[in-house]
Design a protein around this ligand. Structure first.
Ligand code: PGA
Length: 249
């Protein structure tokens, strides 16, 4: 059975005091929900976030990690460092990592394998750019992103994978994929996984939609049968908006 998930990707926002304040407000306002709720603050505030959410069901997750165990990788963070402060879920492959930090499918495949080797859960992000969609290549691009980073995994690894389809043209732009576009792509993703593995893996993996999800459009997007939740950027920085999105699921 796949789970419903609403995750907030805070990106490079919120200092320590702001992080603690937002998390305290979120924990207090968290509605009753079957969905898993996650937040990804910036690295320097992760340990404090875990502490602040000690008695909350909200899970703190990381925005990124390096594939090496340890060593001379200035500025990087390892899986063990995350596990050591109580974090066992990591976002890998966000389009901003791909676009601004040169993360290729090959690097992402290594990161996914490194996280799984430590028994971490991976929230793997992917999605086409506007030109891909305009030229009708969006299915091909998504298929190759999945294949290059994930399709060499063992079938048993898939229990630790969450997918986040995030069309790049919808991230932070205020432009959202229509619920129909999201559903169409999510169904295509399940079909692609069925062909590479089998229907049970495809049906059991949670596929989140990300890209300008707001309180005003969340109900419609989450209402689609193959959409299992959302990865939320901007709207996750405002407690009332994030709570409204959690209620939508
Ligand atoms: P957005 O970001 O909700 O601000 O569009 C989504 C994301 O980057 O995960």
């Amino acid at each position: 059975m796949r789970s419903k998930i609403v995750a907030g990707n805070w990106k490079m926002n919120k200092n320590l005091a702001e992080t603690e304040a937002l998390l305290t407000e979120l924990a207090a306002k968290l509605p009753d929900t079957q969905a898993e709720v996650m937040v990804a603050p910036t690295f320097v505030n992760l340990a404090a976030a875990v502490h602040t959410l000690d008695s909350s069901v909200i899970e703190v997750i990381a925005q990124n990690m390096h594939f090496a165990e340890s060593g001379a990788y200035t500025g990087e963070i390892s899986a063990d460092m995350l596990l050591n402060i109580g974090i066992d879920t990591v976002i890998i492959g966000h389009s901003e990592r791909r676009a601004y930090f040169g993360e290729t499918d090959e690097i992402l495949a290594k990161k996914v394998k490194a996280a799984l080797a430590k028994n971490m859960r991976v929230m793997f992000c992917f999605g086409e750019e506007l030109d891909d969609r305009k030229s009708d290549n969006h299915f091909k691009v998504v298929e190759s992103q999945l294949k290059n980073a994930l399709f060499s995994l063992e079938a048993s690894d898939w229990g630790k994978i969450v997918l986040a389809y995030e069309p790049v043209w919808a991230i932070g732009t205020g432009e959202t994929a229509s619920p129909e576009q999201a559903q169409e792509m999510h169904a295509f993703i399940r079909k692609t996984i069925t062909e590479a593995y089998d229907a049970s893996i495809a049906n059991n993996v949670s596929i989140l939609y990300g890209g300008s999800v707001k309180p005003a459009n969340a109900v419609e997007i989450f209402g689609k049968p193959d959409v299992d939740g959302g990865l939320i950027g901007g709207a996750s920085l405002v407690a009332d908006d994030f709570v409204a999105i959690i209620k939508a699921i």
